[in-house]
Design a protein around this ligand. Structure first.
Ligand code: PRT
Ligand code: ZN
Length: 283
């Protein structure tokens, strides 16, 4: 049984559960406990605060964890990043009162900066050769300048709305983050096999994202042009139709180019075009 630590409550909880479900792994949110096994896959979920996830994975209490890269970097525990997961995207930025003139990082020389990420900030300041005082605050960092606790903040930004509503402006984007799957790097062969199965399913879910399945009836004479329009994974599937001179054509297309392709296919005589969602693509 492989144990995965995920956030109990907060911004990453829902997306972490949704990702596991997308992999066909049942996770029971309704009777959520501290520790909860999946009913159809050999994993159990350990629900905890995101701050603690890197440590429980590093110690081996959980073999895997889903957590923001920002927490991994800040805590500095010995864990491996197995996969970036594409949700929970944000950045950690330096922000100052909006009325301040800003010409570069030297603005921070001698200033007080409030943050919950002192290690990432210290590294940035050292790299730039800037002397500043770091005030560690665990919540509501954005009110620190107005409250007179600090001159600037170093905090997570996503839309930027929180900064604006607190009269601040983002001046340096220091660290880009998203949710990542982490491991302690010494999995047993059984646990490695479970992880490999998860990664295989993750890859097929990723490939199918942004793709549609397209099928249509087409005059056989238009087939050469249709094959130009539809470069499918290998080649489109062509099936005969009962009606003489017609065939059925199936293909996978990128959602981004879907309407261009539909227009081009109609122009060469395609009829009865169906566009279907794809659940998984397994190569
Ligand atoms: O209780 P626990 O310790 O588990 O949760 P937490 O309160 O520490 O974390 P939580 O749930 O707020 O965030 C979990 C993770 O989500 C973070 O570590 C990031 O990896 C990621 N994430 C993504 C964010 C945001 N987006 C985000 N916008 N974490 C926090 N914010 C906050 C930010 O602190 C600021 O207050 O949202 C505000 C800014 O948002 P905008 O959209 O106004 O810019
Ligand atoms: Zn936290």
């Amino acid at each position: 049984m492989l144990r995965i630590a995920i956030q109990a409550k907060g911004r990453l909880n829902e997306d972490s559960s949704a990702m596991l479900r997308e992999l066909g792994i049942d996770v029971d949110d309704s009777k959520r406990k501290f520790l909860s096994p999946s009913s159809n896959f050999p994993i159990e979920l350990l629900y905890m605060r995101d701050d603690d996830i890197p440590a429980v994975v590093a110690s081996g209490t959980a073999q895997l964890g889903i957590v923001g890269l920002n927490e991994v970097e800040e805590k500095g525990h010995d864990v491996q990043i197995v996969e970036k997961l594409g949700f929970g995207g944000c950045r950690i930025s330096l922000a100052i009162p909006k009325a301040e003139a800003y010409e570069g990082p030297s603005w921070f020389e001698g200033k007080r900066i409030a943050t919950s990420y002192p290690n990432i900030l210290r590294k940035y300041l050292d790299d730039k050769g800037i002397n500043a005082r770091i005030e560690v605050i665990t919540g509501s960092v954005e009110i620190a300048p107005a409250a007179g606790i600090a001159d600037a903040i170093f905090d997570i930004v996503s839309s930027g709305g929180t900064l604006v509503s607190n009269g601040l402006k983002e001046v340096e984007r220091v660290f880009e983050s998203e949710a990542v799957l982490i491991s302690n790097g010494c999995l047993s062969p059984e646990d490695q096999a479970i992880l490999d199965e998860m990664l295989f399913r993750l890859e097929s879910a990723r490939i199918s994202r942004g793709k549609k399945y397209l099928l249509m009836n087409l005059p056989k004479a238009s087939l050469p042009q249709a094959l130009q329009i539809l470069p499918a994974m290998r080649s489109p599937t062509v099936l005969p139709l009962a009606e003489e001179g017609w065939c059925s054509l199936h293909s996978v297309v990128d959602t981004a180019s879907l309407w261009d392709k539909v227009r081009a296919l109609k122009a060469i005589g395609a009829e009865g075009i169906l566009v279907l969602d794809i659940d998984k693509i397994i190569l």
